[in-house]
Design a protein around this ligand. Sequence first.
Ligand SMILES: Cc1cc2nc3c(=O)[nH]c(=O)nc-3n(C[C@H](O)[C@H](O)[C@H](O)COP(=O)(O)OP(=O)(O)OC[C@H]3O[C@@H](n4cnc5c(N)ncnc54)[C@H](O)[C@@H]3O)c2cc1C
Length: 382
Amino acid sequence: MASLHDDLRAGVRSLCARFDNAYWRASDEARAYPHEFVDALTEAGYLACLIPEEYGGMGLGIREASVILEEINRSGANSAACHAQMYTMGTVLRHGSEEQKRRYLPGIACGELRLQAFAVTEPDAGSDTTRIRTFAARQGRRYVVTGQKVFISRVRQSDLMILLARTTPLDEVEKRTGGLSVFIVDLRDAGDAVRVKPIDTMINHESCEVFFDGVEVPAGNRIGDEGRGFRYIMSGMNAERILLASESVGDGLYFVDRASEYARSRRVFDRPIGANQGVQFPIADAYMDVRAAAAVRDQAARDFDAGETRGDGPNMAKYLASRAAWKAANAAMDAFGGWGMAAEYGIERKFREARLYLIAPVANNLVLSHVATHVLGMPRSF
Ligand SMILES: Cc1cc2nc3c(=O)[nH]c(=O)nc-3n(C[C@H](O)[C@H](O)[C@H](O)COP(=O)(O)OP(=O)(O)OC[C@H]3O[C@@H](n4cnc5c(N)ncnc54)[C@H](O)[C@@H]3O)c2cc1C
C-alpha cells in the first residue's frame, strides 16, 4: 500500500508542478474556473479514483482519494475546483442502482460528464438540514422540483447535480430526518427551470444560489428509496469530511513548507529569522497539529473504507485538520511579515482559501455538538 500511495503522491505532485503560483494567482484574480487544471486531473484519471474499474475508474478507496487531495493542496493548488466529483460519487456508488451506475459512471470516469454539484444547503435551513424546503412532488413517472438552494458550488461547471429534497412535508413525518430523498438532476435537460445566480465570495470558489422552478426529474433518477435520502446523503458527507480534512492537511503542510523555507532564507538582524524561537516555535507547533490531524484523518479513512458508517471519525478529522491548517496559515502569515500580504507570494490566497474549512462543509460548532452528544453522550442543546 505504501508504494501505491507513494506513486500517487509523486504523480499528483508532477501534474501540479505544471500549475504554479502564477496560474492560481491569475485564476483567483479573474475569478476564473481553473478548467485546464481540472481537465488535466480528469485526463490523468485522478478524479475517477473512487469509481470501480468495471466502470472505467481507478477502483481505489477514500484513503487514496485523501492522498490525492492532500497533495493537490500541498502544492499550492486548490482542490475545491473539483473535489465534489469524488465525494458525490459515493452516493451513487453506495446507494445508486446498477442501471444508474452504468448510465453515469463511465462518462464521469472518462471526463465526458461532470458531477461536481452537491445541493443541500438552503437559506432558511442553514446547518439544520432537516428543515430544507425544496420539494420534489411525485407526478406519475417523474418528480417536479420547486425550491431554492444556496452556496451550491460548481453548478455552472457541472452536467449533473446530486440534490437533496423533501418528498414528504416535515409536519407529516415521524422523524425529522425522514421524508427526504436524493436525486441525480441532469442539468443539461433542465433548461430555464433551473436558474443560477453566482455569489461573490472572498475566494475563487464558484458558489451559486440555485432556483428550481418546476424542474422535471424522472423517477428513475431518484437514488435509493423515497424518504431515506438523509441516510444516503450522510454517508456521502462522511466521505466529504474525510476528503476536505485531507485538503486542510495539504494546506497545513503547504504553509509549514513555505514558512520554514522562508524562515531559513530571510535574513534580518544579520541572521535568518528562523533562528529566532518566536518565529520557529509557531511553525513547529502548527506542524505537529497538522501531523496529528493527518493521523486522525488516516484512521477515519481506513474505517470508512472498511465500511464504518458513523460520522465520529470524519467529523473529528475535519475539525482538527481545519484548525491545524488555520494555525499554520497564521504562522506563515507572521513568518512572511509584510510579504505574507503580497498577492505575488501566494500566502494570502491560500490563507483565504484555508479559512473556508472552519465553517464548511459543516461548521465546526456543529462538529463540537456532534462529539459532545453522539460520542460523549451529553444532552442535546437543540
Ligand atoms: C464557499 C462555500 C461553498 C459551499 N459549497 C456548498 C455546496 O457545494 N453545497 C452545499 O450544499 N453547501 C455548500 N456550502 C454551504 C455550507 O455547507 C454552509 O455554509 C455551512 O454548512 C454552514 O451553514 P450556514 O452558512 O447556513 O450557517 P448557519 O447554519 O446559519 O450557522 C451560522 C453560524 O452559527 C453557528 N451555529 C448554528 N447553529 C448552532 C448551534 N446549534 N450551536 C452552535 N453554533 C451554531 C454555526 O457554527 C455558524 O458559525 C458552501 C459554503 C461556502 C461558504
